[in-house]
Design a protein around this ligand. Structure first.
Ligand SMILES: Nc1ncnc2c1ncn2[C@@H]1O[C@H](COP(=O)(O)OP(=O)(O)O)[C@@H](O)[C@H]1O
Ligand SMILES: [Mg+2]
Length: 238
């Protein structure tokens, strides 16, 4: 469903060119759960932006469900994004002083649902992430892990095919991080949700079924993880 062929992304910085992506090729099938790993500055976020149709490559081909993004203008790109992709970020990106419920309802604003329907869907999404009893709490009344759950509820409320998470456990302690991985695993198993997450933590990455490593904008390895860690098991370095 995701097909990337020889992607490059070049940023012009004054007289300097930064090659954030340098010939990356891969395919990701519907329903996979994948980690993208690499050092800081290796191009992970740039790659996520392209996968998520927030940006387009400088060269190469990228297609989502057999639609080439090169053929789409900005408004079509935004439509694909809204319909097919849910985003989760390291810093949660929730609206402050706004209840969990309203934060989760936000992506439904322009989807043509009635107020009642939006509220029902948002409530269900919060229940799915285990926060059915926190709908009226604002972000500053929630722990970091709970805030990330709200952000995940917001990402899934539109029922997107693909969930993209950029360092979703990066701002959390390791125990809470594992709980978030447990949630991603559940969404993946229960709904066959495609989950693609970026992490620099190899322990987090080993909760997924495939690990793609990137360095200097190039994919340096792409391996199946035959024995993903089940979230909730005690941390053992291996
Ligand atoms: N908007 C931008 N303008 C210029 N350079 C950028 C921009 N975004 C990223 N870069 C550069 O591209 C490279 C890859 O960045 P990024 O994809 O954010 O890496 P990562 O997420 O792996 O840390 C870095 O050298 C970064 O400085
Ligand atoms: Mg990044």
């Amino acid at each position: 469903m995701i097909r990337a062929q020889d992607l490059t992304k070049v940023y012009q910085m004054g007289d300097n060119e930064v090659r954030a992506l340098d010939g990356a090729s891969f395919t990701i099938n519907k329903g996979e759960m994948i980690a993208i790993m690499g050092p800081s500055g290796s191009g992970k976020s740039t790659l996520m932006s392209i996968i998520g149709c927030l940006d387009v490559p400088s060269s190469g081909k990228y297609s989502l469900d057999d639609v080439s993004v090169e053929t789409l203008d900005e408004s079509k790109l935004a439509e694909v994004r809204g319909r097919k992709i849910g985003f989760v970020f390291q810093q949660f990106n929730l609206l402050a002083r706004t209840s969990a419920l309203e934060n989760v309802m936000l992506p439904l604003t322009y989807a043509g649902y009635s107020g009642r329907e939006r509220e029902d869907r948002a409530r269900k999404a919060l229940e799915r992430v285990g926060l059915g009893d926190r709908t009226h709490h604002a972000p500053n009344e929630l722990s970091g892990g709970q805030q990330q759950r709200v952000a995940i509820a917001r990402a899934i409320v539109n029922e997107p095919n693909i969930l993209l998470a950029d360092e979703p456990t990066g701002a959390l302690d390791s125990k809470t991080g594992v709980e978030i991985m447990d949630l991603f695993q559940r969404l993946h198993q229960e709904n066959g949700q495609t989950v693609i997450l970026v992490t620099h933590d190899s322990y987090v990455a080993r909760h997924t079924e495939r690990i793609i490593k990137i360095s200097d904008g190039k994919i340096v390895s792409d391996e199946v993880n035959l024995d993903p860690i089940k979230a909730g098991t005690p941390r053992v370095e291996r």
